[in-house]
Ligand binder design. Structure first.
Ligand SMILES: [Ca+2]
Ligand SMILES: [Zn+2]
Length: 326
């Protein structure tokens, strides 16, 4: 670390909608089998790690899937809070395609039909997207994704549940009075891939949205790199580099600082969080000159938004420090 800067609210702050709604609780269901005791450093990026694993990411084992594709089904019923020009199925297929279309990621999906089951089940091994749940997700939560993996992080079942308490619009042209179903679905599918929340306001994985806001339909560089690290196309890893370091404050490691890589003179590219020993690593960066800075999770994203990271590395973030640049 070199210069210490003012306790800045970072550049993206101004573009975060003033009225924010919690978009998602990535509830991490306990793993099947024993947890890996093996400790690892934060191996780049923010994923939904196996609890207590200190860095074993959850991901689909594409080699074990039929045709290498993650199958999913949609609830046969669609609740009345979902309205608009397109069918909910069309919107979901568009949202899955957003991730399939990333040129550096190999993730692929297979629509497997409708399901008469309206509620999630971790044990049925059906990856259900339900817009017909009888479950209450809680106040302010638009949707939630529930992941089940084995101890090695292989995902076994992921269900996405949309709230019945929020107005969703399926229309391509956004409805200012409703939440954009395609945006919220694209975010939730990011969790289905294994992505944790990002604090970058332009990221699909930022945990907030607002009515009439379609921005999260389009994965940002941060999202693309995360998906590509989990499911790399041939050549992606060889063609990119990493930035790694350690965040300290007066010699003490800083845990759960957001570390952001910015292309010199250009846009914010990617971010991750520091591990309990202060270490961080951002992989998947195209060759260029980057500025890196670190800031506390004191808003808009807060430690409560990264429960997946904390369940893997430890619960108590460092506090009482400002923003660092280097
Ligand atoms: Ca299921
Ligand atoms: Zn989320």
């Amino acid at each position: 670390m070199s210069a210490r800067a003012r306790r800045a609210k970072c550049v993206w702050r101004g573009s975060v909608p003033r009225r924010r709604v919690v978009l998602l609780l990535a509830l991490l269901i306990a793993c099947v089998g024993d947890l890996l005791a093996q400790a690892r450093s934060a191996a780049g990026f923010a994923f939904l790690y196996v609890p207590s694993s200190a860095g074993v990411p959850r991901r689909w084992n594409q080699a074990a899937l039929s045709d290498g594709r993650v199958p999913w089904r949609i609830s046969a019923g669609i609740a009345r809070n979902v309205t608009g020009d397109r069918s909910a199925l069309d919107v979901l297929q568009a949202a899955f395609s957003r991730w399939e279309d990333l040129p550096t990621s190999s993730i692929r999906f297979a629509f497997d039909g409708t399901s008469k089951t309206r509620n999630r089940s971790a044990g049925d091994r059906v990856n259900l997207v339900t817009l017909d749940t009888t479950e209450s997700l809680g106040s302010g939560v638009l949707a939630a994704t529930f992941l089940t993996s084995d101890a090695s992080g292989n995902l076994l079942d992921v269900d996405i549940v949309f709230s019945r308490d929020a107005a969703f619009s399926t229309s391509d042209t956004v409805d200012p009075n409703s939440y954009d179903l395609e945006s919220v679905a694209t975010h939730e599918i990011g969790h289905l891939l294994g992505l944790e929340h990002s604090g970058l306001a332009r990221a699909t994985m930022v945990p907030f949205t607002d009515r009439g806001e379609p921005q999260q339909r389009t994965p940002s560089d941060d999202d693309r790199i995360g998906a590509s690290l989990l499911y790399p196309e041939a050549g992606f890893l060889a063609g990119t580099g990493s930035i790694a370091g350690r965040i300290t404050e007066a010699g003490a490691p800083v845990y759960l600082s957001q570390v952001v890589a910015v292309r010199a003179g250009g846009p914010v590219v990617a971010a991750t969080y520091s591990a309990p020993d202060g270490s961080y690593r951002i992989d998947g960066l195209a060759p260029d000159v980057y500025v890196v800075y670190a800031e506390p999770l004191d808003g808009p994203i807060v430690p409560g938004n990264v429960a997946g990271f904390r369940s893997a590395f430890g619960d108590t973030p460092s506090t009482g420090y400002g923003t660092f640049f280097h």
